[in-house]
Design a protein around this ligand. Structure first.
Ligand code: SF4
Length: 204
């Protein structure tokens, strides 16, 4: 049945759905973010939960203090190399299905501290990021927009078939390796299964 036909039925008060749509609709409207922030962007994340912006309108107001009760990690702020292993450890402790939003330039790429010896140049070097929200800092409305984008992504996930959601595939790695503090940098400096640094061609 085409979307147009279903819309026509809806206009006549007949609602058709599938188990997959119902399941994804419920999940997308009940997202529980992990309550932690790393720097200034976290203030905007906190503001999104206040009455003025009211993230509760999108079903994501239950910020949890434990990763074991959360399914969304909002990495909001500067990820220092000292903090990065702990972020990966928290990610590993979250149950599947789980999602990650990188909020702000720091979480995406290191932001204004990109050249700093102690700052990770993007959390996607270690964990999978579903939604990137640029800005320094992004406003709460940007976080709400990112959240609606994530909801659309969840609603589009398939429970079976060749396009099956990542968390349902047998090859899903489950826990990701946690980097260690080396003599000069994190070891490894990125998860090779997740990130490949761009190679710049050298001039002869
Ligand atoms: S992106 Fe800007 S506002 Fe956000 S944590 Fe970094 S420096 Fe602070």
């Amino acid at each position: 049945m085409t979307d147009a036909e279903r819309e026509e039925l809806r206009r006549h008060g007949i609602l058709l759905t599938s188990l997959e749509e119902l399941y994804n609709w419920g999940r997308s409207n009940s997202i529980w973010p992990l309550q932690f922030g790393l720097a200034c962007c976290a203030i905007e994340m906190i503001a999104a939960a206040t009455a003025r912006f009211d993230i509760a309108r999108f079903g994501a107001e239950i910020f949890r203090p434990s990763p074991r009760q959360a399914d969304l990690m909002i990495v909001s702020g500067t990820v220092t190399k000292k903090m990065a292993p702990l972020v990966v450890r928290l990610w590993n402790q979250m149950p599947e299905p789980k999602y990650c939003i990188a909020m702000g330039a720091c979480a995406i790429s290191g932001g204004p501290f990109k050249q700093g010896y102690n700052v990770l140049k993007g959390i996607d070097r270690y964990i999978p990021v579903d939604i990137y929200i640029p800005g320094c800092p992004p406003r709460p409305e940007a976080l709400l927009h990112g959240l609606t984008q994530l909801q659309a992504k969840i609603r589009g996930e398939h429970l079976a078939g060749p396009d099956q959601a990542q968390h349902l595939r047998p090859a899903n790695p489950g826990e990701l390796p946690i980097p260690d503090y080396g003599a000069h940098d994190l070891e490894p400096p990125h998860n090779p299964a997740r990130f490949s640094p761009p190679s710049l061609p050298r001039k002869a």
